[in-house]
Write a protein that binds this ligand. Structure first.
Ligand code: TYD
Length: 138
């Protein structure tokens, strides 16, 4: 079972250049999983919250490609907030961590690299069900 300490910031390569900086992610490098999907969240109206669920199997990596936002993490025993505001590092979140995204600055873009294709069945959307699932595996 994953705990908050398993969630961690991972630095990405940063190629500094007077023409503009460049960072990248390659399969088998930087991330502790093989990427199978990318999606992004953008045009978030002020005050809106995304997420609010856990995944049974999915691992994710969040990057603030532009702007800033907070990722609020909860393992059923405690919670912590991680602010992302640079495009040369991101936050790794393993499966079975409850999370939501909040506090988006105007024009922020959140890129999410995911370990699996989209699956509706992988979501746990009810917090009580999440706590129950954790209790079963404790
Ligand atoms: P969802 O993950 O529920 O958004 P949030 O992060 O706010 O919880 O996704 C919103 C909708 O987008 C949902 O109907 C499913 C769809 N979706 C896909 O079709 N593919 C994807 O890769 C993702 C992440 C979402």
């Amino acid at each position: 079972m994953s705990v908050l300490n398993d969630c961690r910031i991972i630095s990405l390569p940063k190629i500094q250049d007077p023409r503009g900086n460049l960072s990248f992610i390659e399969t088998g490098r930087s991330l502790p999983f093989v990427m199978q999907r990318a999606y992004w969240i953008y045009d978030v109206p002020g005050g809106e919250i995304r997420g609010g669920h856990a995944y049974r199997d999915l691992q994710e990596f969040f990057i603030a490609l532009s702007g800033s936002f907070d990722v609020v993490l909860d393992d059923g025993k405690g919670h912590k907030t991680v602010s992302l505001n640079r495009s040369y590092f991101g936050l790794y979140v393993p499966s079975m961590i409850w999370r939501h995204l909040e506090n988006f600055a105007t024009n922020s873009v959140c890129l999410i690299i995911a370990s699996l294709p989209y699956s509706k069945e992988d979501y746990i959307r009810d917090y009580e069900s999440y706590l129950e699932a954790i209790r079963r595996t404790d």
